[in-house]
Design a protein around this ligand. Structure first.
Ligand code: COA
Length: 711
């Protein structure tokens, strides 16, 4: 790997301070209405009812002197103290005017609840308020939002009906109405939140700024987001990669169907599709993707409250065989490893179950299990260093009280005798179980209504933990001949076309990718000259747009060893075509070096509009689209990315020597590094498709290279 240079990444993005927006000390409500049913009235009332000090709240309305017992000011400029946050609740047409007043008052941040901007085509109005904000150094949230809620400071500067429960999960939502729905749902489930921020049109402050803010916020232990789209994929990845090293991010990304509809055309592209780009980007920067809104908060809860495991050994503790089986299935589905219970541990567990209980994993205490049995067996599992995480299941029986079981579990956890281990629970039953679930969750054992949700939540914790401890790797760099490649690419761009096969092969060659040499000959003399240049043995192939299966009509001759053989073969292939396919148009005869077939893999690149170059590796050959045995990563790649993406495919087993000798995996890695480099050096390249790449015990060779350029 002479050209494979490893370089360390250095990245830094300045944190934007949103303190005045999220944790203001003084709040003005511009558009505080007298009418109870209006949003401006509700926002003011919510701020007061939430518990924020009344003396620091300032209603603004030129048409009234007093609202809800507070003095009302005709303009924000008349407020006698500094204003950290102004919540704007006047119609869109008045917003620029009040924004100018905010600028004069030197307000630090505004949250514009008003709708009627970009979302309805009023792009100019939105630009205008952003311009005013930028010039005055004001952070602008919105417009078109429901507002902000912050539980540490008891601020409900929104028209959400109430403050959420206090907790450690920050929730950022692109949808306002959904934010209200979800927050009221979390209240019902007693899931605590630190903050709720609706970002609406995100004209200024966006999800990336908020992720940065919450990553440093001591009140927040996990960041959850509902998003329909990200505008700056590269920046998002850069920030998320940095943040997930210290704090988990969980994202519910909606809008899959739309993006799928905008699927990309090329080979690699059609396999990629933009929603897959999101999946890959999230995976690469440690963002946990939630599939639905309950899982968004399930994962958030697990990630905010569970300690890191010390290893992969998971034990299921249950009082019902069925629940245990469901959890076992879910563990397999979500990639959790169930521990084989060692005999000494089994002996200790037996004490807490009847004769007919089971000390296999799931550990089945049976339906007779009472609180003392749950307590004792949990204590036994917590005391054993070989056990790293515990899933506790309970099915409501007539002889046990779910709350007593929950209390016993919490007592055991809180005694603090043992190392804290991640524990989740599922209590299956009616209202009594609901109370027990809330009790467990409140005391740091996230609990759910069914085993699958408990397992999925624990698995989210594992996914994040594995990501965090995985080495980040070093970026791969290849010293290609950029200058020469640039000349070829620029010529094709000027002529508005893709690279020809020989140009594509040349560019690949300039970046150290071994390629089958080939050129088209228009005469026998031409063919002889080309063969001399590329070296024997060669293959002759009649080039015709009308012949699909060249072997069938005798249009191809393999393994030509000498000048004499070539002279003969040249006449033969042409006369075969004349005889067997008389109507076929003949454009020439391709002369290429003769290579033996190896394991067929494919390497490619598709430039995603949002995230940039997506590098692909997988099973190659004509059936690539049928097998879909491919994996993607977004460039720039590290050596770890390359390893991991290769391991995601089935063809890696073949390369490792499945029923045969191992193949040269290092040579394939080098090709992936070269494609990565090409995609970074040339923004103009839209797609690269190397298929098949023949891999041998020693080395590999690209049989066919296609390079498409951006129009
Ligand atoms: N400064 C301060 N207050 C002013 C003002 C000014 N320059 N000019 C007028 N006001 C007052 C009005 O007098 C009124 O108070 P009043 O009811 O006591 O008379 C108050 O501001 C509100 O103005 P009004 O014209 O009645 O507007 P509204 O309450 O009907 O609607 C919005 C205002 C912002 C709620 C509405 O335009 C809107 O955008 N609604 C959608 C909000 C939304 O759904 N957001 C996104 C969620 S996803």
């Amino acid at each position: 790997m002479k050209n494979l240079i490893i370089s360390k990444q250095v990245k830094s993005t300045e944190r934007m301070s949103l303190q005045h927006l999220i944790r203001p000390k003084t709040i003005a409500v511009i558009g505080a209405s007298r009418e109870e049913t209006k949003i401006g009235h509700m926002v003011l009332k919510n701020i007061i009812d939430g518990g924020f000090p009344k003396e620091n709240v300032f209603p603004v309305n030129p048409n009234v002197d007093n609202i809800l017992g507070l003095k009302c000011y005709p303009s924000v400029k008349d407020i006698p103290v500094d204003v950290d946050l102004a919540v704007i609740v006047v119609p869109a047409r008045i917003v620029p005017k009040v924004m100018k007043e905010c600028a004069e008052k030197k307000v630090k941040a505004v949250a514009v609840i008003s709708s009627g901007f970009k979302e309805v085509g009023n792009v100019e109005g939105e630009r205008e308020i952003v311009r005013i904000a930028k010039e005055a150094g004001i952070k602008l949230l919105g417009p078109n939002i429901v507002g902000i809620a912050d539980t540490p400071m008891k601020i409900n500067a929104s028209f959400m009906p109430y403050l959420p429960e206090r907790g450690k999960i920050a929730f950022i939502s692109q949808s306002g109405a959904l934010a209200i729905g979800l927050v009221t749902w979390t209240k019902l489930k007693e899931i605590g939140l630190s903050d709720v921020v609706s970002i609406g049109n995100k004209a200024d402050v966006n999800e990336i700024d908020l992720i940065e803010f919450f990553s440093k916020d001591p009140h927040t232990k996990a960041i959850t987001l509902y998003m329909e789209g990200i505008e700056d994929g590269r920046k998002f990845m850069e920030v998320a990669k940095r943040v997930t090293k210290v704090k988990p991010i969980v994202m519910l990304k909606a809008g899959k169907a739309e993006r799928t509809a905008a699927a990309i055309k090329s080979h690699t592209g059609s396999l990629a599709g933009s929603d897959i780009a999101y999946d890959i980007a999230f995976k690469q920067c440690g963002v946990i993707r939630a599939e639905s809104f309950p899982t968004l908060f399930d994962y958030g809860l697990a990630l905010a409250s569970l300690p890191d495991p010390k290893g992969e050994n998971v034990v299921i503790l249950t009082n019902g065989g069925g629940a245990g089986v469901m959890a076992t299935d879910a563990c397999e589905q979500y990639g959790l490893k169930l521990m084989d219970i060692p005999s000494d541990l089994a002996g200790k567990l037996k004490k807490w179950m009847p004769e007919f209980g089971s000390t296999l994993n799931p550990v089945d205490l049976t339906g007779m299990a009472a609180d003392r049995d749950y307590y004792g067996s949990l204590q036994t599992l917590l005391a054993d260093e070989r056990v790293h995480a515990i899933i506790i299941l309970y099915c409501h029986t007539a002889i046990t009280d779910p709350l007593r079981i929950a209390e016993a579990l919490v007592k055991c956890k809180r005694e603090g005798k043992y190392v804290d281990k991640p524990m989740v629970a599922a209590f299956i039953g009616g209202r009594e179980c609901d109370t027990a679930i809330k009790h467990l969750t409140r005391y740091g054992i996230p609990a759910f209504e069914n085993p699958e949700r408990a397992v999925a939540a624990l698995a989210a914790k594992y996914r994040y933990w594995r990501y965090k401890k995985r080495p980040s790797g070093a970026f791969v760099k290849v010293d290609g001949n950029k200058e020469k490649a640039k000349v070829i690419i620029e010529r094709a761009l000027r002529e508005g076309r893709a690279l020809t096969p020989s140009e594509a092969a040349e560019v690949a060659h300039l970046y150290d990718i071994p390629v089958v040499k080939k050129r088209i000959a228009r005469s026998k003399e031409d063919a002889l000259k080309i063969a001399e240049e590329i070296g024997y043995p060669v293959v002759l192939e009649v080039e015709s747009p009308d012949i699909v299966h060249k072997v069938d009509v005798g249009a191809i001759r393999l393994n030509i060893q000498s000048r004499e053989e070539l002279e003969k073969a040249y006449d033969e292939v042409l006369s075969n075509v004349k005889k067997n396919a008389p109507k076929a148009r003949i454009e020439g005869v391709v002369v290429r070096s003769f290579v033996k077939q190896g394991v067929e893999v494919a390497v490619g690149m598709h430039r995603d509009e949002l995230f940039g170059p997506m590098i692909m590796f997988g099973s190659g050959g004509t059936l690539i689209e049928l097998y879909k045995d491919v994996a993607f990563r977004i460039a720039p790649l590290t050596d770890i990315d390359i390893d991991e993406m290769m391991k995601e495919t089935k063809v890696i087993k073949v390369l490792e020597g499945f029923r045969d000798k191992p193949k040269d995996i290092e040579a394939v890695k080098k090709v992936l590094a070269s494609v990565n480099q090409l995609s970074l050096d040339f923004d103009e390249i839209k797609d690269i498709d190397i298929n098949p790449l023949f891999v041998y015990e020693k080395g590999c060779i690209a049989f066919d290279v296609k390079i498409l350029l951006r129009s």
